[in-house]
Design a protein around this ligand. Structure first.
Ligand code: PRT
Ligand code: MG
Length: 215
């Protein structure tokens, strides 16, 4: 029996994938918040979970480090999606990608006058496509975290970041000025594994599909 490896990130994606795994009869045997292990066994001896950074899930699945994984649409777009089969929108870890600026900053003025906009973001692909479609010239500043700080320190005029409740923006005196796209997490499968391990993977994909809220 060949091993099936599922890549997940700790936190909301792991937590929201647990019920989907349950529908496939799979229980992860260790709590990722308590264990230091990066490979977690499950109640099924031929299924294991590997814990990777959210942005690394597409890469692990692309190169076969994992057979399948759960990744935010944001990570998938930034990765490019090469080598990935994407059978299911899991409707979990929902949020949106938005543009935010310091309260009081004249965003409409900045984007209509055709002036250059300094944008700080981890999501350079999404931001580039969005502003180029608007005809706005952008100086892109790549960050890896704490995007909220950029407009407050003068590093950038605007940020492109994930927003869920909006509390983080509010707490930092930032306002959401445009919504770029809705985000949820998707199941991704390695294309070669899909052929070589067809039966066990199909069983998991079908069980996940049956557990995803419809509509
Ligand atoms: O945290 P880490 O640096 O390890 O990595 P990560 O941020 O990439 O991973 P993680 O686990 O935080 O997020 C994984 C995925 O969850 C993302 O790729 C999204 O698809 C999805 N998701 C859903 C979110 C959020 N909601 C979310 N609110 N990811 C991040 N956030 C952050 C956001 O970046 C901002 O800092 O939460 C803050 C905003 O939340 P609100 O509720 O205050 O608006
Ligand atoms: Mg995070």
């Amino acid at each position: 029996m060949s091993m099936i490896t599922l890549a997940l990130s700790k936190g909301r994606i792991f937590d929201e994938t647990v019920p989907l795994l349950a529908a496939a009869g799979i229980t992860v045997l260790e709590d990722p918040e308590k264990s230091r292990k990066l490979i977690l066994p499950t109640n099924q001896s031929d299924v294991r979970v590997v814990l990777v950074r959210a942005t690394d899930v597409p890469t692990y699945v692309q190169y076969g480090g994992a057979d399948l994984g759960v990744a935010g649409k944001d990570s998938l777009i930034e990765h490019g999606g090469q080598g990935l089969f994407r059978p299911l929108d899991l409707q979990i870890a929902k949020c949106r990608v938005s543009v935010a600026v310091r309260a009081g900053f004249d965003y409409q003025g900045a984007v209509t006058q055709g002036s250059r906009l300094k944008v700080a973001t981890k999501y350079t692909s999404i931001a580039r496509d969005f502003f180029s479609a608007k005809g706005v010239h952008v100086d892109m500043i790549k960050l890896y975290g704490s995007m909220e700080l950029a407009p407050l320190t003068g590093l950038a005029d605007a940020i492109v970041d994930l927003v869920s409740t909006g509390n983080t923006l509010k707490a930092n005196n930032l306002v959401e000025v445009e919504q770029i796209m809705d985000i949820s997490s998707h199941l991704v499968v390695n294309q070669a594994a899909l052929k070589l391990k067809q039966a066990p993977l199909k069983r998991i994909i079908d069980a996940f599909a049956s557990a995803v809220p419809q509509g």
